[in-house]
Ligand binder design. Structure first.
Ligand code: GDP
Ligand code: MG
Length: 268
């Protein structure tokens, strides 16, 4: 397996586009709109990456699901980030679409699988099966439509049912349509909802690209840090159990001692 793994990893690293290389921890959009207080990759994670002790992290795919009301701009957000395009004509997503984006974070390959779901009621039962095992839940709302913000908590509850303790983000779209004063009011309400959801808040525009790349770099970096910490804990636990095994072997073998005593008795 390690022999097979090395060339695969090298060719993978080469195929990561230069604009998907992350060397610095991206910051939150709003200091009051995040439950994540760290401002950089932890020393423990940096050390592991520089010493190439990253275990299985580079081979894993991190799954993100994007949910929210119909027409809030979910597909446009994905298209802006993955294909650098924006389409003004609305094309409803049927069921679910997905994209895979390759990153290189602190010299380690990291894959993000992005599931773009349809917000229509009739697809809700199908969508539930796509939420399974999600590491990240992205709940989108339209900054110009306050009702769509009101539905975000329910979207989070639905998506998190079959996810595994995911990182949650609340992302407002269509910022280009907002005037500053109305934006300030919506942002205040969005920050309140984000707190209730224990989510990190972002505001983006897929039309002009504002904060789209920063948003995806942030989610993928937080997810990488979390995956690395999990991997390091697993590696530590394995090391500890190997250590315990060695101690057991080195311990005086009591049962053998007992047998010896018995043998001595027998031969005497
Ligand atoms: P979805 O149903 O949530 O996937 O919504 P879409 O991504 O298909 O977008 C719905 C509509 O909103 C489309 O007509 C888009 O052109 C428009 N739209 C999406 N994002 C933006 C944005 O950032 N700015 C503006 N002005 N319009 C947007
Ligand atoms: Mg769509």
């Amino acid at each position: 397996m390690p022999v097979e793994g090395i060339p695969r990893r090298l060719s993978f690293t080469k195929s990561v586009p230069s604009d998907r290389i992350i060397t610095h921890f991206p910051q939150a959009y709003h200091a009051d709109g995040t439950p994540h207080q760290s401002i950089g990759f932890s020393q423990q994670v940096r050390d592991a990456c520089s010493q190439n002790k990253t275990g299985t992290v580079g081979l894993k795919i991190c799954k993100a699901v994007l949910v929210g009301d119909v027409a809030v701009g979910k597909s446009c957000l994905v298209n802006r980030f993955c294909h650098h395009t924006f389409d003004r004509d609305y094309k409803a997503t049927i069921g679910v679409d997905f994209e895979v984006e390759k990153f290189n974070i602190l010299n380690v390959p990291f894959n993000l699988q992005l599931w773009d779901t349809a917000g229509q009621e009739r697809f809700k039962c199908i969508a539930a099966s796509y939420y399974r095992g999600a590491d990240i839940v992205l709940v989108a709302f339209d900054l110009t439509d306050i009702d769509s913000l009101g539905h975000c908590l329910q979207w989070q509850i639905d998506a998190c049912k079959s996810a595994r303790d995911p990182l949650v983000f609340l992302v407002g779209t269509k910022k280009d349509l907002m005037v500053e004063s109305t934006y300030a009011q919506v942002e205040e309400e969005a920050l309140r909802v984000a707190k209730e959801m224990n989510a990190e808040f972002w505001a983006t525009s897929s039309k002009n690209g504002e904060c789209v790349k920063e948003f995806f770099f942030r989610i993928v970096s937080l997810s990488f840090e979390k995956a690395m910490k999990g991997e390091l804990n697993t590696m530590n636990d394995k090391q500890k159990s190997i250590g315990n095994e060695l101690i057991k072997i080195d311990e005086p073998p009591e049962d053998i001692y007992e047998k010896k005593k018995f043998k001595t008795k027998c031969c005497a």
